[in-house]
Design a protein around this ligand. Structure first.
Ligand SMILES: *Cc1c(COP(=O)(O)O)cnc(C)c1O
Length: 434
């Protein structure tokens, strides 16, 4: 019935998530409220881990890309599920460290890591730094010389596969701010430079071809291109790269139009492609990393809002205003992302009215969804926006000085708070008194 398996409708006609009544959750914690189903997150983690076991002899590690939703509880959960972790900033790294995440399983990404962030990462013995550019490579090496240590690094490569289009493109992805291009020779230069430097050890190549991808083919193509490059490196320098990171980007269901492939199929196809290339080139089968973010938490999450004003402009549209908006979900304003909206307190009724769900921020573009069909909305109704687990809380802002909503984790009918609601006091805590 719903896009997400964890959702259902109870005898009162209320939407449930993980066996909890969403209307009761809204009452208990207030709205807006992020709700995550723990079972969904854990079983998704398990399916990635087991797909590597099954199709790649366990010779790999799934890293949770924590930018999708970073908080201590999620880092702890990822560690319990035997995942590694991607961080892209000092703040995400700090969160992981405070959660006690095993440092050797952390990868540090980003196209412009600051000097302080690199220092912080090195001082905490982080497992791998994914180097984006030559400036960074030099900085890491000289910091390591000072500290008397050797840092394992990966190089971020642009494989020239752009999977954002329907028919994915194989070349012409040079114009990206991330990483070293293959076509221009820049990537090989970076490899040679890395080998020359005394205090970095190049063990891994990384690529990430996009996000919300449903096809397997672009992943397979990217894997093959990367294996070709590993061979080219061996031929030109005799250096053997032993680890291959194929990034994240696995698509999820936002609406019934989305049709993701099982992760197993992905790993099966990629594994075959990598093994075939390794055999053909006589190079070792690399240890493999994948980096799912959205697919770990996306479908597990919903956001609950309370409807305030309902404004019908005859022959134009009906605005249903909610008590959150772009401050807790900027994805429609940013890139017209599609979402499914359900009236949580009338989830047993057929949607009958086409509306625009508008936020409360002072910005005309602050919309959550346009032309979406819901049950005729009344002030006080609870709206649930589905598949908001990824890139909602993590992209939230305090625009209009609106405190960020809390996150509640549900599991088999039990609920617990994992992130508190921000208070007005939190909002002014850094303001200096004159
Ligand atoms: C964003 C990102 C991911 C995760 O992407 P999803 O689409 O959320 O799976 C993985 N790796 C890198 C390098 C990224 O930038």
């Amino acid at each position: 019935m719903f896009v997400n398996d964890c959702l259902n409708v109870n005898a009162e006609g209320h939407l449930t998530i993980g066996g909890c009544d969403t209307v009761e959750l809204a009452k208990k914690y207030g709205t807006p409220l992020y709700v995550l189903d723990e079972n969904v997150i854990r079983s998704t983690c398990k399916s990635y881990v087991s797909s590597i076991e099954k199709h790649y002899n366990g010779n790999g590690l799934a890293l949770y890309a924590s930018k999708a939703l970073s908080c201590k509880a999620l880092c702890e959960l990822a560690a319990e599920e035997k995942m590694g972790l991607d961080v892209v900033s000092g703040g995400e790294l700090y969160t992981a460290l405070k959660a006690g995440f095993p440092v050797e399983k952390i990868h540090f990404h980003g196209n412009n890591k600051t000097y302080d962030e690199l220092n912080f990462a090195l001082d905490n013995n982080i497992g791998k730094i994914v180097v984006d550019n030559l400036t960074e490579l030099e900085t890491i090496n000289s910091l390591c010389v000072e500290k008397g240590k050797i840092q394992k690094i990966a190089l971020r490569i642009k494989p020239g596969v752009d999977a954002h289009t329907h028919d994915f493109i194989r070349t012409g992805q040079i114009d990206s701010k991330f990483g070293f291009a293959l076509e221009t020779g820049e990537a090989m230069e970076a490899v040679k430079e890395s080998i020359k430097l005394s205090n970095v050890e190049l063990t891994e190549l990384h690529c990430h071809i996009g996000s919300q991808i449903f096809d397997i083919d672009p992943f397979v193509t990217a894997a093959e291109i990367m294996m070709d490059f590993i061979r080219a490196i061996k031929d030109e320098t005799s250096h053997i790269v032993t680890e291959l990171n194929l990034g994240g980007g696995f698509g999820i269901k936002y609406t019934n139009k989305d049709n993701p492939t099982a992760y197993d199929n992905y790993m099966n196809s990629v594994s075959r492609a990598v093994h075939a290339k390794a055999e053909q080139y006589g190079i070792p089968v690399p240890f493999i990393y994948i980096e799912p973010g959205r697919s770990i938490v996306g479908e597990a999450g919903i956001t609950l809002y309370t409807v305030g004003a309902v404004k019908t402009i005859p022959n134009v549209r009906t605005y249903v205003s909610i008590d959150g908006g772009m401050c807790d979900n900027i994805r429609y304003a940013l890139y017209q992302s599609e979402y499914t909206v359900v009236t949580a307190n009338k989830a047993d009724k057929e949607p009958d009215t086409v509306v625009t769900v508008a936020g409360k921020c002072c910005e005309s573009g602050d919309l959550i969804q346009e032309n979406t069909k819901i049950v005729n909305a009344k002030p006080g109704d609870i709206l649930a926006v589905l598949s908001t687990g990824a890139y909602n809380y993590s992209m939230a802002s305090n625009y209009n000085r609106i405190p960020k909503p809390p996150i509640v984790m549900v599991n088999n009918g039990e609920d617990r708070l994992i992130v508190k609601r921000e208070t007005y006091e939190d909002l002014i805590k850094n303001d200096i008194d004159l």
